[in-house]
Design a protein around this ligand. Structure first.
Ligand SMILES: Cc1cc2nc3c(=O)[nH]c(=O)nc-3n(C[C@H](O)[C@H](O)[C@H](O)COP(=O)(O)OP(=O)(O)OC[C@H]3O[C@@H](n4cnc5c(N)ncnc54)[C@H](O)[C@@H]3O)c2cc1C
Length: 532
């Protein structure tokens, strides 16, 4: 395969065939009665549409040159073959012809050829960021290499805390204020650069570590979006500069023991009291809650439960820094209200260590009036503000997945170069090269899609694409880290090799910030059906 121009045509035809298949499956979903009655089709469709959207971004990347084209072609061919596997035997369910791939079979076969894919093993390709963003990437990469990586293994293996110097170093670098508007002391100028800078920085920090790097900037990001979209001027002026400087660190308290994916059903209440609100209820999985000085809490402010998601509001709950292994704070009672208590119990996890997640119990915990985001106008807008924050969180989580994948790929290439098996270098075996070549293609094409989505989001659009990026890239990270671990053989299973950490870290990405199934069914498939 040398004629890139001819193959660009093959690639374009392949993507069009995939897009037709996705469109047919979407029509079929609608015909059959929609998402809730056809979950399997809806779920498969959501992933197929996401992979196809990545393939489209890959095609644009292909126009940069021959290497870029080869990476893109390997990705597109693989995605088409996966889609064909999904539809095989289920043509009636998907509403497609059995041989829909036939017209582009030649392109797919050539680009799945082991020699073609294997040649990409050590060529991850340039990201094609412009000079400014290359500087952003280099700056955060250096910080990740020098300040994050040296602590990553220790924190992971001891379930330890993120070093304070790392947090303050990140704040000095501006990492906590990437989405805070310049007028409030941050770096967001309101252009296409805001989201892209966040994606680039997040990937690099996460390359350093998911648990102690990239995830530090997701919480201020979510709270910042809510304040920018729905806060009062007084709240923005008070909170945004302090979030940007790291003086205040945030945690997000939405999930409850009985309500995770079904956010609209949460039961934690905030009840009017003299001068403020009294909070009662239990939250769970509140990550970073001990170290945080402010919780972004979604609570039911309308006592009428029939109000559903319209009865929810977001409150800012100030709190002292607590012990990572568990904490309890007490508030003295005052006239008209009793004493309050806030307790945090850590939930130990297999990965993503350092951030620490907690079950939080609020009993009569008081917050003053100005803690309701948006003031009285924010009453009942909590669900909308929270979901707006999560939309940005999704593209950021895709960027976190990119960082984990890149770290795993780097480790796998380095190991395969050194390791000899059966008298030869591991990297020289066809199977190793094909695995690494596919990884390189998946990572670069996912990255290009994430960049595109970030640019689109800056125009006020792209929320469906952000969900697609999250769905696709987070699952891809599981495959990449699995194969990177596998290439390490037994040492892949050893804690002393970072790849074992990448594997367990990657696993959480499809669970939080919208569990994969919920995201696919309730957001991606539903919107595809609506847009048909
Ligand atoms: C490490 C970690 C950190 C987290 N950090 C935070 C945080 O900081 N703040 C916060 O508020 N939350 C946080 N979460 C919570 C996270 O967002 C939830 O775990 C997630 O939303 C899923 O909710 P759940 O655990 O209740 O699962 P459930 O909602 O009980 O879902 C269980 C399974 O059912 C699937 N499912 C759900 N609905 C359907 C359906 N209709 N049809 C078919 N399948 C369905 C889900 O996809 C999932 O696979 C964190 C979670 C983890 C693991």
């Amino acid at each position: 395969m040398t004629d890139v121009a001819a193959d660009l045509k093959g690639a374009a035809d392949t993507i069009e065939a995939m897009e037709r298949t996705v469109a047919a499956a979407t029509s079929r979903l609608v015909e059959l009665g929609g998402v809730d009655k056809n979950q399997t089709l809806a779920y498969e469709l959501a992933h197929a549409a996401s992979a196809t959207a990545v393939a489209r971004a890959a095609l644009r990347y292909a126009s940069h040159g021959e290497l870029e084209a080869r990476l893109a072609f390997a990705f597109i061919a693989d995605a088409a073959a996966e889609l064909a596997a999904k539809t095989t035997g289920r043509e009636a369910l998907f509403g497609v012809e059995p041989h829909w791939l036939d017209p582009v079979r030649g392109f797919v076969a050539a680009c799945l050829d082991p020699a073609f894919v294997g040649a990409l093993a050590e060529t991850p390709g340039p990201s094609h960021l412009d000079e400014d963003f290359t500087l952003v990437a280099d700056t955060f990469h250096r910080f990740a290499a020098e300040q994050v990586r040296p602590h990553a293994e220790h924190v992971h293996r001891t379930n330890g805390d993120i070093p304070e110097a790392l947090i303050s170093g990140l704040a000095e670098l501006g990492g906590l204020g990437l989405s805070v508007p310049e007028a409030y002391g941050g770096f967001a100028s309101g252009g296409e650069h805001d989201y892209l800078g966040m994606v680039v920085a997040t990937e690099e920090l996460t390359w350093g570590s998911l648990g102690i790097g990239g995830s530090l900037i997701t919480r201020p990001e979510i709270l910042t979006r809510a304040l920018v979209n729905g806060g009062t001027e007084a709240q923005r002026s008070r909170w945004l500069p302090r979030l940007a400087s790291g003086e205040e660190l945030a945690a997000v308290a939405v999930t409850e023991p009985d309500f995770g994916s079904d956010v609209a059903g949460i039961t934690t209440t905030a009840t009017r009291a003299d001068g403020g609100w009294v909070i009662n209820g239990t939250k769970t999985w509140c990550t970073f809650a001990a170290r945080a000085t402010v919780l972004m809490l979604l609570a039911r402010t309308d006592p009428d439960r029939a109000a559903g998601h319209r009865g929810l509001s977001v409150l800012l709950v100030e709190k002292p820094v607590g012990d990572a292994h568990g904490f309890r704070f007490d508030q003295a009672g005052e006239a008209g209200r009793g004493p309050g208590r806030l307790e945090g119990r850590p939930i130990d996890t297999i990965g993503y260590r350092g951030m620490h997640s907690y079950e939080l119990s609020f009993e009569g915990w008081f917050v003053p009036d100005d803690c309701l985001i948006g003031g009285d106008e924010g009453l009942g807008r909590g669900f909308y503000l929270q979901m707006g924050g999560f939309e940005n969180g999704r593209i950021q989580t895709a960027a976190r997945a990119l960082g984990v994948m890149q770290a795993a790929y780097d480790a796998a290439v380095a190991y395969a170069r050194d390791r000899r098996v059966f008298g030869a270098v591991l990297l020289d075996y066809e199977l190793s090269r094909v695995k690494l070549g596919k990884m390189a293609a998946v990572i670069q094409c996912s990255r290009q899609f994430a960049y595109e989505v970030a640019r689109t989001m800056a125009t006020g659009d792209g929320s469906l694409q952000a969900s697609m990026a999250k769905a696709y890239v987070c699952r891809a990270a599981e495959w990449v880290t699995r194969e990177a671990m596998q290439l390490h053989g037994g040492m892949g299973y050893a804690e002393e090799y970072p790849v074992s950490r990448y594997f367990v870290d990657a696993r959480v990405l499809s669970i939080f910030e919208g569990a994969d199934e919920t995201l696919c069914l309730k957001v991606i498939a539903r919107r595809l059906a609506e847009q048909r």
